[in-house]
Design a protein around this ligand. Structure first.
Ligand code: MN
Ligand code: MN
Length: 471
């Protein structure tokens, strides 16, 4: 075959980068592996629609793979598998390495919160015979996407006595559903003339939850009372218990395989549960690593990584501190600084994939494409790389080699055209502490929408990337 190639063809092969769909490069057996892996991923999406639920599922998966809670260890040695849960919303897993922590760790960090609607502290009200919940959106949403679709309620209510009650309504087939209504087109002339961002307003994102009045002439808000009576019977709560509740409204859709060829996954919350699931599965397969491998699943990324369950909290440092003590490593000055300076991280977060329908906002030569593997963003940020962690070329070179040597399909990309796109992840937080960090995640279509789309090939390659990195 090679004899028939022209000089130009040979040169092209040697010098130029080839872009092809990963599906064309793999065997039938590998396709099967990808399908199987993504069946597990789809289950994860359906069972983990909130950060709390993701932590619960992650804990189960971790325990069934030999991880034990930090407090169970009196001493840590190479090969031990340990996890720590912060307030039920944030989990850190580690496989202890041969080398001292001081030499650095291999960290993959993803987030498990997703854009959604939260209940306000005083959510329940009645208007013209309807009962509603008032909501406050969380993270970057397009508000018009949240009306006229089935909504489920997930969360907790913590009663005054401290008892926590889990809430999960609207997922099962025989469950009820909830919805935020929209105006019929026949009467929406003015609404339709508004800008897309103003067509549905935040204060109008009120969830419809009831319509039957409580039968008593003496009562003023009969529908509201009737709903509260039902909630009281079901959860033992009274209206003031909403003050200490966290009820998250999420799309009730089930995640599914997408397309006649089943090549993609459609589901809510893939930003960033795709990277959470793939990094979790990867660390479960790490045995006796050289350097300690860490998988970090954090909360609050969508609102700026703030708060005591987000990346900006010192939870990770505290965790490392505990490991140092349990490993009996000498506590020399600045040891924490040295861990950070010697560590490497993949900031595992999704990337906005190239969508031909919206091609005008992307630079075709630097976008991420479905089927080309995990996406590496050397930098994010906006405008002149503002606020970006710009990964060093030396680090990128090391990763290129690692991924090539291990047949991990990857692509270098950026989020949107210059001055058009831009975004942030948790990358800069660890980079600011001295780590080598690069954004490395799965390309996603319709990112931040109620029903995001990913490529099964890229999902699998993300998992493979995290695995070879931590190994
Ligand atoms: Mn994200
Ligand atoms: Mn996001």
């Amino acid at each position: 075959m090679s004899e028939s190639k022209t000089v130009g063809e040979k040169l092209q092969e040697k010098l130029l980068t080839k872009h092809e769909s990963g599906w064309e490069t793999i065997s039938e057996a590998e396709k099967k592996q990808i399908t199987q892996f993504c069946d597990g991923y789809i289950d994860f999406l359906n069972n983990g629609k909130t950060e709390r639920e993701c932590v619960k599922v992650a804990k189960q998966i971790a325990e069934s793979n030999g991880f034990k809670p930090l407090e169970k260890y009196k001493k840590l040695k190479a090969g031990d598998k340990v996890y720590f849960i912060n307030r039920g919303k944030n989990i850190i897993l580690a496989v202890i390495g041969e080398e001292d922590l001081e030499n650095g760790v291999k960290l993959v960090g993803a987030h498990i919160d997703s854009p959604r609607l939260d209940l306000k502290p005083n959510p329940l009200y009645e208007d013209t015979g309807f009962a509603y919940f008032k909501t406050q959106y969380y993270g970057g949403i397009k508000k018009y996407q949240w009306v006229t679709m089935p909504i489920a309620i997930h969360g907790v209510v913590v009663l005054k006595d401290g008892k926590t009650i889990d809430v999960n309504i609207g997922e099962e087939n025989d469950d009820v559903t909830f919805v935020i209504t929209d105006l019929l087109p026949h009467m929406a002339r003015k609404q339709m003339e508004k800008k897309l961002s103003e067509g549905i307003e935040g204060e109008d994102l009120n969830l419809l939850i009831g319509n039957i009045p409580f039968d008593d002439e003496k009562v003023s808000e009969k529908v509201k009372l009737n709903v509260m009576k039902i909630l009281n019977e079901k959860y033992g709560m009274v209206e003031s218990d909403f003050l200490s509740a966290e009820w998250e409204l999420v799309p009730a859709f089930r995640a599914k395989s997408l397309g006649f060829d089943r090549s993609m996954v459609a589901g809510y919350g893939q930003d960033d549960r795709v990277c959470a699931y793939t990094s979790l599965r990867a660390i479960c397969e790490v045995e006796n690593p050289q350097k300690t491998a860490v998988c970090l699943l954090v909360d609050k990324e969508e609102i700026g990584s703030v708060g005591n369950t987000g990346m900006e909290a010192q939870t990770f440092e505290k965790f490392l501190g505990e490991l140092l003590v349990l490993k009996g490593e000498e506590k020399t000055p600045n040891v924490m600084n040295r861990i950070f300076a010697n560590s490497q991280m993949l900031s595992a977060d999704v990337d906005g994939a190239f969508d031909p329908i919206y091609a005008s906002v992307a630079d075709r030569r630097n976008a991420s494409y479905f089927g080309r593997g995990v996406g590496l963003n050397k930098y994010t940020g906006g405008r002149g790389k503002s606020g970006a962690n710009d990964a060093n070329a030396e680090y990128v070179a090391q990763l290129r080699k690692l991924f090539d040597d291990n047949k991990v399909a990857f692509q270098l990309c950026e989020l949107g055209k210059v001055d058009e796109g831009g975004g942030g992840t948790i990358a800069y937080i660890l980079a600011n502490k001295g780590m080598d960090v690069i954004d490395c995640g799965t390309p996603v279509l319709s990112m931040h929408s109620p029903y995001e789309v990913s490529s099964k090939f890229d999902v699998y390659m993300s998992y493979r990337a995290y695995l070879v990195f931590m190994k």
